[in-house]
Design a protein around this ligand. Structure first.
Ligand SMILES: C[S@@+](CC[C@H](N)C(=O)[O-])C[C@H]1O[C@@H](n2cnc3c(N)ncnc32)[C@H](O)[C@@H]1O
Length: 220
């Protein structure tokens, strides 16, 4: 991708998200109703890795990537982790986050307004880095580099979770929000290039027919 194409790729996505209302429906493209199923699936996937679920990962601090208004921070991460940080491209969503999250937002510490392509998690800081429905907004090169930076941002037993739409045969480009939907092979390849190991990979169950398959990856 040329620099001009890259500017357009990121610029179009920024514009798209600037036009979206700061609600759960806005975050999920009109599919707010799938949020409880999504959160339950995420919880079941994550729990066995945590000390509280018999695993090794502590629950001190998590990072929500492409956090939007904090749907995942509120419903999944704050009930588990002492402190949660959020990183999100669109300031308008971050402005809404504390009131959306409510009382528990006192345990949300840092709100970073940044594209993931420009963001570096602080080294050795996060027990869990959660990245959902956002990595299609990164170029292949930026995705690879971001995965590597996330690995450095994890604590000793920390894990990186990816939860993304997956396309069947070829990658698809969505002109509307300027994002890719990658195939499993492509995602597996970039993970392997990053040096991260796949601890577990599972398909989310229970979403309505007609949506993309959604896969969860636990990486270390
Ligand atoms: C489909 S929404 C998902 C929000 C949240 N992860 C959730 O599942 O509720 C995608 C989010 O990614 C943000 N985003 C888009 N491009 C981004 C980028 N390059 N870096 C960080 N966030 C980005 C959007 O502003 C939006 O909040």
């Amino acid at each position: 991708m040329s620099l001009e194409e890259e500017d357009k790729f990121y610029g179009d996505a920024k514009k798209y998200w600037e036009g979206i209302t700061p609600t759960v429906d806005g975050m999920l493209g009109g599919f707010a109703k799938i949020s409880p199923t999504d959160i339950n699936g995420s919880h079941a996937f994550l729990r066995p890795f945590l000390v509280v679920g018999g695993g090794k990962t502590e629950t001190t601090r998590a990072l929500d990537c492409g956090a939007g208004i904090g749907r995942i921070t509120k419903r999944l991460l704050l009930p588990i982790f002492k402190t949660v940080d959020m990183v999100e491209l669109n300031q308008k969503f971050l402005d809404e986050a504390r009131s959306f999250i409510g009382e528990e937002s006192s345990r949300v510490d840092k709100l970073f307004c940044s594209g993931l392509q420009d963001f570096t998690p602080k080294v050795g800081t996060y027990d869990v880095i959660w990245s959902q429905w956002v990595l299609g907004h990164l170029t292949d090169d930026h995705l690879l580099k971001f995965l590597k930076r996330c690995q450095s941002g994890l604590t000793a037993n920390g894990i990186l979770i990816l939860k993304e739409n997956i396309s069947g045969q070829d990658r698809e480009f969505d002109e509307l929000d300027s994002s890719y939907t990658r195939t499993r092979e492509e995602l597996d390849k970039v993970i392997s290039q990053s040096g991260l190991n796949i601890l577990k990979c599972e398909k989310q169950k229970g979403f309505p027919k007609g949506l993309y398959d959604v896969y969860m990856y636990a990486l270390q």
